[in-house]
Design a protein around this ligand. Structure first.
Ligand code: HEC
Length: 183
């Protein structure tokens, strides 16, 4: 290889390095990986809260209740637990959405979210979906009625538009919305 070719290659590499350093955001693959890690963590904590806290203390007479704050014998709903953690985050969002949610504020925010939630619900082999959506990168995991109390509460909640949930149903999704850097 000639000396001149090496200089040219060196220059090309330096230019590539500068372009990478100056690029405003991570590559899509990296967002995907981050979103999936965050999603897995949120899901794991949520499941642990349901199975190890909510279900455990139920026998002691302490139950999850929407207005738990007013009642010393009540604890937050699993959805409120996720929301409370989410309220403390600044650089990205975590939440719960549903196609037939108790509150309209928990509906998918965009068409892409709605399509992804439909996909998760209709194809159970697909446990996680991720996609770019405007200035955000999103990952969603199916939220399953793992215990009977999930469906019992949703089926009788006065604001719930759907009253035929059964244990094992997909009730919605846990969602992570990452803000793309520099956008
Ligand atoms: C005691 C009542 C109660 C129990 C138990 C309960 N939920 Fe909910 N859930 C609610 C309420 C109320 C909301 C809306 C909370 C909000 O947005 O502030 C909600 C929100 C949700 C949402 C977001 C979409 C929507 O419907 O608004 C999903 C998904 C969800 N719950 C799934 C579950 C699953 C899965 C379980 C069991 C692990 C569960 N819930 C247990 C009452 C309950």
């Amino acid at each position: 290889m000639s000396c001149w070719t090496r200089v040219k290659m060196g220059t090309a590499l330096a230019v590539a390095a500068i372009m990478l350093a100056a690029s405003p955001g991570l590559a899509e693959d990296n967002y995907d990986l981050v979103a999936r890690y965050v999603l897995e963590t949120v899901r794991a904590f949520r499941t642990a809260y349901v199975l190890n806290v909510v279900e455990h203390i139920r026998e002691g007479g302490i139950v999850p209740k929407e207005d738990w704050i007013k009642d010393a014998h009540a604890i937050p709903l699993p959805a409120q637990f996720v929301k409370a953690a989410g309220a403390d985050l600044e650089s990205f969002e975590i939440g719960l959405i549903g196609l037939t949610p108790v509150y309209k504020s928990n509906l998918p925010r965009t068409q892409a979210e709605s399509d992804a939630l439909q996909r998760l619900t209709s194809d159970r082999s697909q446990k996680v979906v991720s996609f770019a959506d405007g200035n955000q990168f999103k990952a969603m995991a199916a939220d399953v009625a793992v215990v009977q109390s999930c469906v019992d509460c949703h089926n009788v909640h006065p604001d719930s538009p759907w009253r035929n949930y059964r244990k094992g149903d997909i009730m919605g999704a846990v969602i992570v919305r990452l803000n793309k850097h520099g956008k």
